[in-house]
Design a binder for this molecule. Structure first.
Ligand code: DSN
Length: 423
């Protein structure tokens, strides 16, 4: 049945790569077979612009049911009262939120990308920094912890319309209550982008942003362990801050503004195959098995951080409360770029990462970011974290010895056979 030998050979090679190595990229994970099956299903054939019950195409009866299942499960998972499961990615979710509640040129305040934030939180190379006027807060130099005083000062000075919290490489929890208080004092909306820790938040292992933030976005493929995609959620609905009115002259609710900002605002047809896969992953995330998994993710990250610190690695903020950590490699006399390349030779996959106040460029960096979400899915526990850190350290110490690195790679490939993708 399968005709495209070339592409399927590459897919098989990628499967082998994913299986035989130690995956430490903090934003990656392995989905279940049923999530993959839905993502590769006939639903990919269907156009369904609009929302369930209000589509612009015929033949949507079944995808309507599927999207409603996804929405209801997501509401249950986060105790949300309104959700949109259509964003193709976290970036698309953020784009829709900004389109919905801001006018071009409006001021936004986000966590500095160089301190652990995200491109879509106002970076000058991203739509968020090109269309809107961005300003930033960051972490304290002495301890790597978020500087709430600075956030407050910048908010008072700049009077942003939107304050964005959330990060792609910050290993500590967030004080959403405090951020909401600051936002209220300058009449700003708060968006929490929980793309990274959403799985931990869903199961109560971190503070709940939905308690305090007006709008919450996330990806579905990191700790949440679903297909690649985005979501938008709110616990309460609000009046639309732009004062947009419906054709009948009524003030539109924020939820309807956000729905319109996803489609037709920023996207065309939703990916119903991915929405089905999201629905499955939300049900998985509600299960006892997932609870055990996400608890273990947190324990594994803590153990990795402890072992790294024992080996003299400098972890920003000196530890982790979630699934990831950012390591400043300056004291090891190695750049992030070299670390990424060298570990890659031993089939340990990480990403180089800027550290706060980094002197290197984003292409070189002084740091690396690692996370425990993917290796925990493979069935690893604290005991295995010690071995993972041992391998990381050995490879970095022997970065100029190709022979040793080749031997470690062989050991790793053999070891990973004990942790199959699907049991
Ligand atoms: N690229 C994602 C990450 O690795 O964190 C964020 O978009």
């Amino acid at each position: 049945m399968i005709k495209d030998k070339l592409v399927f050979e590459y897919i098989e090679k990628e499967k082998i790569r994913q299986t035989q190595g130690i995956e430490l990229i903090a934003s990656e994970n392995y989905v279940s077979e049923q999530v993959m099956a839905a993502a590769g299903s006939v639903l990919t054939n269907k156009y369904a612009e609009g929302l369930p019950g209000k589509r612009y195409y015929g033949g949507c009866e079944i995808v309507d049911e599927i999207e409603d299942v996804a929405r209801n499960r997501l509401k249950k998972l986060f105790d949300a009262n309104w959700v949109n499961v259509q964003p193709h990615s976290g970036a698309q979710a953020n784009a829709a939120v900004m389109l919905g509640i801001l006018n071009p040129g409006d001021k936004i305040l986000g966590f500095d990308l160089a301190h652990g934030g995200h491109l879509t939180h106002g970076s000058s190379v991203n739509f968020s920094g090109k269309i809107y006027s961005s300003c930033f807060y960051g972490v304290k130099k002495n301890n790597g912890l978020l500087d709430y005083n600075q956030l407050e000062k910048v908010a008072f000075k700049e009077k942003p319309k939107l304050i964005i919290c959330g990060a792609s490489s910050y290993s500590r929890d967030w004080d959403y209550k405090k951020i909401r208080e600051i936002a209220d004092s300058v009449s700003a909306i708060v968006l929490a982008d929980i793309a990274h820790p959403s799985g931990l938040i869903a199961r109560g292992l971190l503070n709940d942003p939905l308690d305090h933030c007006h709008i919450v976005t996330s990806t579905t493929h990191k700790t949440l362990r679903g297909p690649r995609g985005g979501i938008i959620m709110m616990r309460n609905d609000y009046d639309n801050p732009l004062g947009t009115k419906s054709p009948k002259g009524n003030l539109k609710s924020l939820s309807s503004v956000l729905d319109s900002a996803v489609f037709p605002g920023t996207q065309g047809g939703p990916l119903e195959h991915i929405i089905a896969a999201k629905a499955i992953s939300f049900e998985e995330a509600l299960s006892d098995n997932y609870m055990q998994y996400i608890l273990q993710v947190k324990k594994n990250a803590k153990m990795m951080a402890k072992c790294l610190i024992e080996k003299g690695y400098n972890i920003i903020s000196n530890g982790t409360e979630n699934h990831l950590m950012l390591i400043d490699l300056s004291n090891k006399d190695i750049t992030g770029k070299v670390a990424e390349n060298t570990l890659g030779k031993a089939d340990i996959t990480i990403n180089k990462n800027m550290v706060p106040f980094d002197k290197e460029s984003p292409f070189i960096t002084s740091g690396m970011r690692i996370g425990s979400a993917a290796i925990t899915t493979r069935g690893m526990k604290e005991k295995e974290m010690k071995k993972v850190v041992f391998y990381v350290d050995e490879v970095l110490k022997n970065r100029n010895n190709e022979k040793i690195i080749r031997e470690i790679k062989k050991e790793i490939n053999k070891w990973m056979v004990d942790y199959p993708l699907f049991k």
